[in-house]
Ligand binder design. Structure first.
Ligand SMILES: *[C@@H]1O[C@H](CO)[C@@H](O)[C@H](O)[C@H]1NC(C)=O
Ligand SMILES: *[C@@H]1O[C@H](CO)[C@@H](O)[C@H](O)[C@H]1NC(C)=O
Ligand SMILES: *[C@@H]1O[C@H](CO)[C@@H](O)[C@H](O)[C@H]1NC(C)=O
Ligand SMILES: *[C@@H]1O[C@H](CO)[C@@H](O)[C@H](O)[C@H]1NC(C)=O
Ligand SMILES: [Zn+2]
Ligand SMILES: [Zn+2]
Length: 594
């Protein structure tokens, strides 16, 4: 999440035209405020870029440094990472600037209305699940080899190889707690060995990811797993293509080491490419920014988990389908094709990589064979990060196949929540489906590192267990001895071999244990995990404050603040929380602005 960066570079350009407005653009791109500022200037920015891409971006870089919104090196790094792609994109841009700006704002500057941006999937000739005999969707125990399957969900690990114990957690850069920041002077600001839990821009060290996998291996029963992306940190300083690949290789290797016996089904996140967030769709001229080599490498790392016949489609669009059981199928989407910060889509967003059309065909096939389907992906449709037309098409498909699809599992938000869709044209109060947003392993803007196990029966969710690492407890031992050892450790570690270093770390940092945070069945008293029951639960927030506060604590991944008193969810927070989970955020934004 926190999608600021690639956007910023373009809007930095504006400084050349109107310095005073610079902050307004950045404010919009970062915090979603001041949309007027963005809409007023967007077309002239595109014009400047079109006339002189390189020159405009170079003056943007200078302007970035002058305004001091970020540190100068962040300006340099953004320019290094994004300027080349922006030039490629602007050279090929062939829609009007007016339409392009509407698209780039995801409808906030008005709804785009040309085929390149506004399109529909062909669904009319497809039979609706509702018109089938209910018997078609009734699954009997004897049809399933194992009726009970425990599905592990790991997501948004974002481990940071530059994480450094003792670095400052509060910094004016997009990522803190790394060797690039100064040492923390006060203890509250101190990047601790297992991670920093107080909701700052800090990712986790590799040891936390490894410790989690050891815990799963040792303590949980897993039938299979899903792993929904964002493997690299949101790094700016010294991030390279090579490093992004290395992050994927290392995380894959450690997952195989500890979960070797289970199959893991991955989906691609927005931070899995370099530069992050940019995934050119097939058919555009992406030159050296093509993600095809990335898909090829991923396939080579993951092919043991995936069906051989999916190789072609995966290497083409980064998506695939796999049967995980004789009656259960996974459809893994590449949601970078709905991501609002994937700028390549401005060259044409009409069902990129024909993914949604493929999804329809795959669902029809699954329905014919009476399979149940789990959809997995990174960016949740219904969140503000997903393009509104893509999202609209997605939910139409889900509604059409609402008895075939028995689970939707997404990520990216670094929160623990659900998104309800209300697509039934006859009854706007009746939710048609529920989508799970699984909490993150990283602590970046979240709270404690978490993973999940979805307990399923005949392909339907029957409980959700969320496990977490209490960082306060995990780091406590180190904090006790920190005063006496910290400086010395820093000095000694510098020259140690990796092997000795790990041994030393074990002694100093201890080995923490993960705990069950909560079971949704017990904690919320949910009897069934369908859209109607989640709808009831959210409705009950109005009368049951305890329930609301419990939900909110989970939503924030048990985040603590430095004085251990995280604010409860007040009236304004409640409204927002409910709105976030029940109104398709991007569609809503478009309608409000119309
Ligand atoms: C980035 O990496 C290079 C080469 O490894 C190094 O010289 C440079 O100091 C690094 N940048 C920063 C800001 O540390
Ligand atoms: C605009 O560019 C896209 C992608 O490069 C291409 O598919 C499309 O045909 C172009 N449209 C026109 C009208 O040139
Ligand atoms: C984490 O540990 C601290 C200290 O041991 C404790 O006060 C806190 O309640 C724990 N948090 C959770 C969510 O259990
Ligand atoms: C609602 O969503 C917005 C946008 O993602 C986020 O900034 C905000 O913190 C969320 N608020 C609550 C209470 O869920
Ligand atoms: Zn993430
Ligand atoms: Zn993400």
């Amino acid at each position: 999440m926190r999608a600021a960066a690639p956007a910023v570079i373009l809007f930095l350009v504006l400084v050349t035209a109107q310095a005073a407005n610079y902050r307004r653009f950045v404010d919009y791109m970062i915090r979603g405020t001041d949309v007027e500022g963005f809409c007023e200037q967007c077309e002239s920015v595109l014009q400047l870029l079109k006339n002189d891409p390189q020159g405009t971006l170079d003056s943007a870089l200078n302007a970035c440094k002058q305004t001091q919104y970020f540190t100068p090196r962040i300006c340099d790094e953004e320019h290094r990472m994004y300027a080349g792609s922006v030039v490629q994109i602007i050279e090929q841009l062939n829609t009007s600037f007016d339409q392009a700006c509407k698209f780039l704002s995801n409808g906030a500057c008005g709804a785009p209305d040309i085929d390149a941006y506004k399109w529909t999937v062909h669904l009319d000739s497809i039979q609706d699940d509702a018109t089938f005999h209910p018997q078609h969707f009734r699954h009997l125990e004897q049809e399933w080899k194992n009726t009970h399957l425990s599905m592990l969900h790991i997501t948004d690990t974002h481990f940071d190889e530059d994480y450094e114990v003792g670095a400052a957690a509060d910094c004016n850069e997009p990522i803190c707690c790394t060797k690039y920041q100064p040492q923390a002077t006060d203890p509250e600001n101190f990047a601790a060995p297992w991670g920093y839990p107080f909701g700052k821009a800090c990712n986790v060290p590799f040891r936390t990811v490894e410790n989690m996998l050891q815990d799963i291996d040792r303590s949980r029963h897993v039938s299979f797993g899903i792993w929904t992306g964002d493997i690299s940190p949101h790094a700016y300083i010294n991030m390279t293509d090579e490093r992004a690949r290395r992050d994927i290789q290392e995380t894959t290797a450690v997952i195989k080491r500890y979960l070797g016996q289970a199959k893991i089904y991955p989906a691609i996140g927005n931070h899995d490419a370099f530069p992050g967030r940019l995934f050119p769709q097939p058919g555009v001229n992406a030159a050296e920014y093509s993600v095809k080599p990335l898909y090829e490498e991923m396939w080579n790392l993951w092919y043991e988990w995936l069906p051989a016949d999916q190789e072609r489609i995966f290497k083409y669009g980064g998506y695939y389908t796999a049967k995980v059981h004789d009656r259960l199928r996974i459809i893994a989407l590449n949601t970078n094709f709905c991501y609002t910060y994937n700028w390549w889509l401005v060259l044409g967003a009409n069902d990129p990589a024909r993914q949604l059309q493929w999804m329809i065909t795959t669902l029809e096939e699954a329905r014919r064979y009476r399979e149940r389907v789990f959809i997995i992906g990174h960016i949740p449709p219904g969140s503000s990060a997903c393009n509104s037309y893509w999202e609209e098409a997605y939910f139409k498909i889900v509604t059409k196949f609402q008895h075939t699809i028995t689970g939707q599992f997404f990520a990216h938000m670094h929160t623990d929540e659900v998104i309800l869709d209300y697509s039934d044209p006859m009854d706007k109060e009746k939710p048609t489906s529920v989508l799970y947003v699984t909490p993150a392993v990283t602590t970046s803007w979240s709270g404690m590192p978490e993973y999940r196990i979805y307990q399923t029966e005949l392909g339907e969710v029957v409980d959700i267990e969320t496990y977490f690492l209490n960082l306060t407890t995990a780091n406590a031992g180190y904090f006790k001895i920190r005063e006496s050892v910290h400086e010395k450790v820093r000095e000694d570690f510098k020259d140690m071999s990796p092997f000795r270093r790990r041994a030393m770390e074990k002694v100093l940092y201890g080995v923490p244990h993960w705990e069950l945070g909560y079971s949704a069945r017990k904690s919320y008293g949910l009897k069934k995990f369908d859209a109607a029951h989640w709808h009831q639960l959210i409705k009950a927030f109005d009368t049951d404050d305890n329930l609301l506060q419990t939900f909110y604590k989970h939503y924030r991944q048990f985040r603590e603040n430095v004085v251990r008193l995280e604010k409860p969810c007040d009236e304004a927070c409640k409204k927002k929380l409910i709105a976030n989970m029940t109104s398709k955020r991007s569609t809503r934004a478009r309608e409000l602005q119309r």
